[in-house]
Design a protein around this ligand. Structure first.
Ligand code: COA
Length: 388
């Protein structure tokens, strides 16, 4: 049946927000929303969180298989090689981040875009170059976030350490101290659990950009821009804002009752695909127990658990469950990380998924070019300015 492309508003039915629409084939990850399961390349997220590292998970997503020890070491070294940013990008971060002037996601978006201007290989159109850019950008995103954090706190930017893992070096570049192995593991888990998630908005954005055969940086900047919104990656930061607004365990239920009665969206809940518990929320909830105990921030976890219980009882049957953003905020804030860095850290991880999907898109590319149903005015004459 031919689709009607010119119609009255509301006349043609279509899945708003492209719900359920298949955009493409992909080998990268599978979200089983009804059973609350997530797999990268067929491997359960729980197994990866427990046993893998960000570098290994990145290899898995890039090349569709687990690496040998030698292959992992080669990727690790390549990532280390690219950790430092061009001087001009450090200067940009120093100029705009001092005094908490600019929003970190906006700084990151600009810093990645600016890095392209100082990368001679940025416009090279070979698969080898695209792969190299994928590794380079993924490595550098962590350096960008750490530099933003240091500058805002009035501290000198630190050079990366080649002997540390991606997660440990990231924490080192923020704090200036080699992290306790437990916190390095927690950061690895955060990075592993956020690395990919099917055809989410930011991944879709980056493959749409890539489908025009634009360069890797442009596609990643598209992903960052899409992740920035509060309905996507921006939700984790708003979870902490909500917990601060609620203020105490005692106030949680009255606050929620009022919010639900007013049909407000509760941040960190609900998902287009999951109609059950997000497995990443379960993993991060477990880590939140130990992290809050060590940091003495059990109050946040207690509040979060009361909210979780209330929401599941009230809205679980409607398919609204905690998502990854609900406990990640509690974990990161208890590690002393500012809440407006949560979304940039999500990007430090998700760039692994974006770049892997971009390379996959190139293997069988066709430009994305859907249609709109035209619901505007019928054909009409152009009216000159003096006759309007
Ligand atoms: C994730 C999200 C954007 C998915 O959006 P979506 O698939 O378009 O779902 P909708 O926004 O259409 O929501 C469907 C229904 O569930 C309700 N709902 C969805 N998320 C909700 C939430 N967090 N709190 C309360 N109600 C929620 C909507 O109000 C709507 O109810 P209605 O059918 O009675 O109008 C949405 O759940 C949301 O905004 N969550 C909060 C932000 C968040 O945590 N984002 C991170 C996702 S990982």
């Amino acid at each position: 049946m031919a689709v009607k492309l010119v119609a009255k508003p509301g006349e043609v039915e279509f899945p708003k927000g492209m719900e359920g629409v298949i955009a493409s084939e992909s080998k990268k990850s599978y979200v089983n929303g009804l059973e609350g399961k997530l797999y990268y390349e067929g491997i359960k997220i729980e197994d990866l969180a427990e046993n893998s590292t960000f570098e290994e998970t990145f290899f898995l997503l890039l090349y569709d298989r687990l690496p040998t020890a030698d292959e992992l070491e080669i990727l690790r070294r390549r990532m280390v090689q690219y950790r430092t940013l061009p001087t001009e990008v450090y200067n940009l971060i120093e100029t705009v981040s001092a005094g908490y002037l600019a929003q970190p996601m906006a700084v990151m978006r600009t810093a990645v875009s600016m890095t392209a201007l100082f990368d001679e290989a940025a416009e090279e159109e070979t698969e080898l170059a695209y792969e190299r850019e994928a590794i380079k950008i993924t490595s550098r995103m962590a350096t960008i976030v750490a530099a933003i954090d240091r500058v805002r706190r009035g501290l000198p930017i630190l050079q990366p350490r080649a002997d540390l893992s991606h997660a440990a070096n990231f924490l080192y570049m923020m704090t200036g101290e080699e992290p306790d192995p437990f916190y390095a593991k927690v950061m690895d888990v955060i990075l592993i659990t956020h690395a990919d998630h099917g055809c989410n908005a930011s991944t879709f954005t980056s493959i749409v950009v890539a489908s025009t055969l634009a360069d890797m940086y442009s596609a990643v900047v598209g992903g960052i821009s899409s992740l920035k919104g509060q309905l996507h990656g921006g939700a984790n930061q708003r979870v902490m804002r909500m917990l601060d607004e609620i203020g105490s365990v005692e106030n949680a239920i009255p606050w929620l009752e009022d919010a639900v009665a007013k049909r407000k969206k509760i941040m960190g809940f609900g998902h287009r695909v999951y109609k059950a518990m997000d497995p990443r929320a379960i993993i991060l909830h477990e880590y939140a127990k130990e992290v809050t105990k060590r940091a003495g921030t059990e109050r946040y976890l207690e509040m979060a658990e009361v909210i979780e219980k209330f929401m599941i009882e009230k809205l679980g049957r409607k398919g609204i469950w905690p998502n990854v953003d609900f406990f990640s905020g509690v974990v990161m804030s208890s590690m002393g990380i500012d809440s407006d860095l949560f979304t940039p850290i999500f990007a430090v991880s998700r760039v692994a998924g974006w770049t892997s999907h971009i390379l996959e898109q190139h293997t069988d590319n066709r430009i994305y070019r859907p249609r709109f149903v035209y619901v505007g005015p019928a054909t009409q004459e152009y009216v000159p300015m003096d006759k309007r």
